[in-house]
Design a protein around this ligand. Structure first.
Ligand code: ADP
Ligand code: MG
Length: 241
């Protein structure tokens, strides 16, 4: 099967700072990848480049074979790339339901009935049906993160990018988040790339791991392989390994 996402020799510099220096990997449609790497190694920069917030200095990003690097963020979103970044994006004064409705309405060409179906399905996916009428600002931090995932999937994207979705969550919320992501991937067939460092979460996802170091993919394998790989231990786990 050919890859849904292909990243080829991607470079991104900010002035003299070379962050991505020849990053290459592919993700087949319907699969999930976890992107690991030390703080400041460029994980968020990669995600932002993929959604068009940064223009690559060199290299290519392709979606289903078509180049998307250099396209406008709206265009990339329209092609089915959706993201939850590290910045909050919920409308705190609105209800959970209204937040999801806004995200669904960003899509054009749906009639009201199918829109309502997508809203209900999305609330179900993120486990917030019983909180649909609650003000978003009153949700716990973890539930707000789920709402943000809901807003990201409301457009029914082909690929979902998540940047540290469990940051600040309790261990229980973290495990529930893994279940949400697994449902999206396994039931909905959504392709997912996740940046994460919570190892309990990564372990629950049970997905192939890409280790980013010094601007390129240093190692690709299972969590077990990553944990026992001497070079990865040194750069990533350090003395905690
Ligand atoms: P990570 O997500 O892996 O922790 P980032 O991608 O946020 O790392 O950052 C990688 C490096 O790029 C850091 O040194 C950071 O300071 C730098 N950086 C990120 N965004 C910008 C920007 N817009 N302008 C200049 N430098 C940036
Ligand atoms: Mg980051």
């Amino acid at each position: 099967m050919s890859d849904l996402v292909t990243v080829e020799n991607l470079h991104k510099s900010f002035g003299g700072l070379q962050v991505l220096r020849g990053m290459s990997f592919g993700v087949p449609e319907g699969e999930m990848r976890v992107l690991l790497g030390p703080n400041g190694c460029g994980k968020s920069t990669f995600l932002k480049t993929m959604i068009g917030l940064h223009r690559p200095s060199a290299g290519e990003i392709r979606l289903a074979g078509e180049r998307i690097d250099g396209l406008h963020p709206h265009e990339i979103a329209r092609l089915g790339v959706s993201t939850k970044l590290q910045v909050p994006s919920v409308f705190r004064e609105l209800s959970v339901y209204q937040n999801i409705r806004i995200a669904v309405q960003r899509e054009t060409g749906r009639d009201a009935r199918s829109r309502n179906m997508v809203i209900d399905e999305t609330l179900d996916m993120i486990g917030l049906i019983t909180q649909a009428g609650n003000r978003a600002g009153n949700l716990s931090h973890g539930h707000q993160q789920w709402l943000e995932i809901g807003m990201a999937i409301a457009s029914q994207p082909r690929i979902l990018l998540l940047d540290e979705p469990t940051a600040g969550m309790t261990p229980e919320e973290t495990q529930q988040t893994a279940q949400i992501v697994l449902r999206l991937n396994r039931q909905k067939g959504m392709t997912v790339i996740i940046v994460e460092h919570d190892m309990a979460f990564v372990s629950a996802l049970d997905a192939p791991i890409l280790v980013l170091n010094q601007g390129s993919i240093f190692f690709e394998g299972t969590l077990r392989q990553v944990r026992t790989h001497q070079g990865v231990k040194e750069i990533y786990f350090g003395s905690r390994a």
